[in-house]
Design a protein around this ligand. Structure first.
Ligand SMILES: [Mn+2]
Length: 274
């Protein structure tokens, strides 16, 4: 994969969102630069497609949460106008809402694939904990499906049932197998004109990705995570992807950031392929 300088040359856009506000644990702001450092670890992606990336740099934090979120929204509108897929490096999970809100300016029917250990619909909690509650307010978000769940509050569990949000928890993922689950996810969002993937690194088992704020045992392996992103990137209507909650200050020997770089690299290079 090559980095290029102009929008005309690129196959996708990369944006860093070093955002701490919206959560109670500091450190996710270090992730975009740390993940970028490790892009050099990989000579070539496994699919060897050689997609070209335009790195637009970071959208930095403002003094308060609301102005930060508005700034992300305005900037992302500017970037989505180019009509190229966008990968963003978080930041905590509160960045997903302004990105999808910006995307909703350009599409009628958005499908969201939410890969996470948690369902993130804890209403009245800090913004990073109610990602789903906030994006469900966006009219154009017609479908949400979740993968990797293994820790939820009673409120969240009931919410998923009441709102009829389909999810694949870790036991179902193990029992049904990765290919079946990928097909189920892709079928569910197949009638959407834009698909957005939000990937919380805590979906992956902390044995592979300890550098995150809430370590949840019993998660996805690093190999399965790579296969999942390689596969989802091939969806022709993919418009955006974020990787959130990587926290380098809680990591060990940067293994989480290296895996994050690999996930981004593999997703990026499979975009637009069959
Ligand atoms: Mn999570």
């Amino acid at each position: 994969m090559d980095f290029v300088e102009t929008i005309e040359e690129c196959d996708l856009i990369l944006v860093g969102l070093p955002i701490n506000k919206g959560t109670e644990k500091e450190g996710c702001d270090e992730a975009p630069s740390k993940i970028r450092e490790y892009f050099d670890n990989f000579f070539f992606s496994e699919s060897a497609n050689n997609n070209r990336i335009l790195d637009k740099g970071d959208i930095t934090e403002e003094n308060n949460f609301d102005t930060t979120i508005s700034k992300i929204y305005e900037k992302m509108i500017e970037y989505f106008k180019f009509n190229k897929p966008i990968i963003t490096l978080g930041g905590n999970h509160s960045i997903t809402f302004p990105i999808i809100r910006a995307l909703s300016r350009f599409h009628e029917k958005i499908g969201v694939i939410h890969i996470d250990a948690h369902p993130d619909c804890q209403i009245d909690y800090l913004p990073y904990g109610d990602v789903i509650g906030s994006i469900k307010q966006i009219d154009e978000v017609k479908k949400i499906i979740m993968l990797g769940l293994r820790n939820w509050s009673k409120y969240e569990y009931n919410y998923l049932k009441e709102e009829k949000i389909p999810f694949i928890d870790m036991n179902s993922f193990m029992e049904a197998g990765i290919d079946y689950c990928l097909k189920k996810i892709k079928d569910y969002v197949s009638d959407c004109d834009a698909i957005y993937v939000t990937f919380d690194i805590d979906a992956i088992d902390p044995a592979y990705a300890p550098g995150t704020g809430w370590k949840e045992p019993g998660g996805i392996t690093s190999r399965d995570a790579i296969k999942i992103v390689q596969n989802l990137a091939k969806l022709p209507t993919i418009k955006g992807f974020d990787l959130v909650e990587v926290n380098p200050s809680l990591d060990q020997n940067d293994i989480t950031s290296i895996l994050a770089a690999k996930i981004v690299f593999e997703f990026a290079d499979n975009l637009g392929t069959k």
